[in-house]
Design a protein around this ligand. Structure first.
Ligand code: ADP
Ligand code: MG
Length: 619
């Protein structure tokens, strides 16, 4: 094109495209899902803007918030068009080629090891999946603030942009035109596209139409010389009425032939799943909804979900999911990112998936959405962010989320230590639920611990969800409630020890006496546990006691006073022998058995393990 301006793809993007083009990945279908998802995002954006500025939608067809798919079998072109926000020339340059997103290199790296292209959408580079099926792609786009442009590329390291002088005006929005590779011919079949939209785009909230062929019966006269229409119809009616004189009728009777016409066929049902009655939504539908919402197209089901509506001052409906797996960077970005994965809708209109006040940070692993009728529609995102209802929504979401996780534990037969209950409630889905909480704990346990640290209001609820190993847990995970049920009579405190690993802690001299006396001690081996125990002071009226710290009490020891008295001289000498800035005190210990002496940290100071953690952080 004479007016084309040429650009090079950013290096990482170019590598990504090479990988996609040369991929042997068999599931090429995913490109359609990515394009429809982009179209839907673009419509969400224009609809959001239209809340404060009605004019922005334009008039007539331009205002229709829909997605259209069209085929050209002869030219082997598949096109997907939306009436979304569109892209300016600047947008086309940036979004489709020159600015690599943070996910680009992560995805390239991932492709080199595991190679599951299915996850492309999660990395924010879904658009490029078009090159799984096309060798030449045109993106025609019209944004309200700019002219209509064509972006085009054969994925040869470069793309071109030209002001559009060839295509019909789009009004507003984007049309992606895929010139399909020879081996991708199946995407020119209507049946294939219908199947894909059904499978992948069930939860898109805008209508998706296919320009579909339809066989219709057309009546044509049987003989050339048949008389006028009037005569024909009168003859026909007489046949119906009398049914006589058939031979004569046959000759002049109209014939029906098949003819192909085209019309827009609606492919999806746009009733939002969260507006339906939870009783009428199947498990499979929730599972599929999760995959589409989270862009997680693994074949694992979500671990748990909760679908509810809140009434009263603040009304909203919500669906929350616990994903089957934690994303790799969940904790890496923990302190820099407030972004929850919950999508916010106001009266069915998508507002944002970057709201930071919906749930506290530690629940950022949840996927789901909230649709509120109480929040105002015609204000900016910033104003919404300040809205007083959000506090109520947040509070309820936390409560529901914790209930959902609690239920996951309650329903897991592996979790129960109550044998009677187990027998009574044994049901067929026991096996399906077995081990699910352990799975949850392994993926998201750290989030629960961070919650205990950060959320004082829900600390006790969160502590109930805590799992750990102990001297009596036999290599399995156990809970505080289970610990308490095993406490010895007369035992007041919950004992724990912190350190690097269970193996190391098991040999600790701090455990000698406790083990001998059959007290249970919790092992805390995650670095975050040290912080955790600075916040978790008690549980169900029981105090926590670090067994490597001062203050360990093991029931009554009648000899203690006597011993203290008789070794007074020794302890006194010892204390003076060790300079006083090295130790606070020297005492007769009640915690040792074989080991002659041990260094204990003071009640309010850092434990030895904390010293170790702090050192490794500052060095
Ligand atoms: P993501 O959708 O995760 O942002 P993609 O690679 O699918 O990543 O798309 C890249 C960007 O290109 C989008 O963020 C968007 O800005 C732009 N884009 C893609 N398709 C469209 C479209 N149909 N309408 C408007 N913008 C689009
Ligand atoms: Mg996308």
């Amino acid at each position: 094109r004479s007016n084309a301006e040429k650009f090079e793809f950013q290096a990482e993007v170019s590598r990504l495209m090479d990988i996609i083009i040369n991929s042997l990945y068999s599931n090429k279908d995913i490109f359609l899902r990515e394009l429809i998802s982009n179209a839907s995002d673009a419509i969400d954006k224009i609809r959001f803007l239209s809340l404060t500025d009605k004019e922005i939608l334009g008039e007539g067809d331009t205002a229709k918030l829909e997605i259209q798919i069209k085929l050209d079998k002869e030219k082997k072109i598949l096109s997907i068009r939306d009436r979304g926000i569109g892209m300016t020339k600047e947008d086309l340059i940036k979004n489709l080629g020159t600015i690599a997103k943070s996910g680009t290199s992560a995805f390239v790296e991932k492709m080199q090891t595991s190679g599951d292209l299915n996850l492309i959408g999660q990395f924010g580079v879904g658009f490029y999946s078009v090159y799984l099926v096309a060798d030449y792609v045109e993106v025609i786009s019209k944004h309200n603030d700019d002219k209509q442009y064509v972006w085009e590329s054969k994925a040869d390291g470069a793309f071109a942009i030209s002001e559009d002088r060839w295509n019909e005006p789009l009004g507003r929005g984007t049309e992606i035109r895929l010139h399909l590779r020879d081996e991708a011919g199946e995407y020119l079949e209507e049946s294939k596209l219908k199947e894909l939209v059904k499978r992948y785009s069930e939860f898109i909230n805008f209508p998706i139409y296919l320009w579909a062929s339809k066989e219709v019966d057309v009546e044509v006269p049987a003989d050339e010389d048949v008389t006028s229409e009037e005569e024909e119809s009168s003859e026909k009616s007489s046949t119906e009425e009398e049914g006589e004189d058939e031979d004569a009728e046959e000759k002049s009777k109209a014939k029906t032939v098949k003819e192909t016409t085209y019309e827009w066929e609606l492919l999806n049902d746009v009733k939002a799943i969260w507006l339906r009655n939870p009783k009428e939504v199947t498990e499979e539908e929730y599972s599929k909804f999760y995959h589409s919402l989270a862009k997680d197209f693994s074949d694992e089901k979500p671990l748990a979900w909760s679908h509810f509506s809140a009434e009263g001052d603040v009304e909203f409906k919500a669906v929350l999911f616990v994903p089957p797996k934690a994303p790799q960077d969940l904790y890496e970005s923990y302190y820099n990112s407030n972004k929850s994965n919950l999508k916010l809708y106001v009266r069915r209109v998508f507002i944002s998936d970057e709201f930071d006040e919906l749930v506290p940070k530690y629940l950022n692993f949840l996927q789901g959405l909230v649709d509120s009728d109480t929040l105002p529609l015609n204000v900016s995102r910033e104003m919404l962010q300040q809205h007083s209802s959000l506090k109520t929504i947040k509070k309820k979401l936390i409560r529901k989320a914790l209930d959902m996780i609690r239920k996951l534990a309650d329903e897991d037969p592996d979790e129960s230590n109550d044998k009677d209950k187990k027998d009574v409630e044994k049901s067929s889905d026991d096996d399906e639920k077995r081990g699910q909480y352990t799975k949850f704990w392994n993926e998201f346990g750290k989030s629960i611990k961070l919650g205990i640290i950060e959320d004082a209001t829900n600390r006790n609820r969160l502590a109930k969800l805590l799992r750990f190993e102990s001297t009596k847990s036999d290599g399995k995970l156990t809970s505080l409630d289970q610990y308490i049920s095993r406490m010895k009579s007369g035992q007041k405190d919950i004992f724990y020890i912190t350190g690097n690993s269970k193996e190391q802690l098991e040999k600790s001299p701090f455990l000698e006496r406790l083990k001998k006396k059959n007290y249970e001690v919790i092992f805390f081996t995650d670095p975050v546990d040290e912080y955790l125990m600075q916040y978790l002071m008690d549980y169900e009226d029981k105090k926590f006691q670090n067994v490597s710290k001062e203050g360990l009490k093991l029931g009554k020891d009648s000899k203690a006073k006597e011993l203290k008295e008789s070794f007074k001289d020794l302890t006194k000498w010892w204390k003076s022998a060790l300079a006083s800035d090295n130790v606070d005190d020297v005492k007769v210990s009640n915690r040792l058995d074989d080991t002659p002496c041990v260094v204990v940290t003071s009640k309010y100071g850092w434990s030895a393990n904390m010293e170790r953690i702090m050192q490794s952080q500052t060095l």
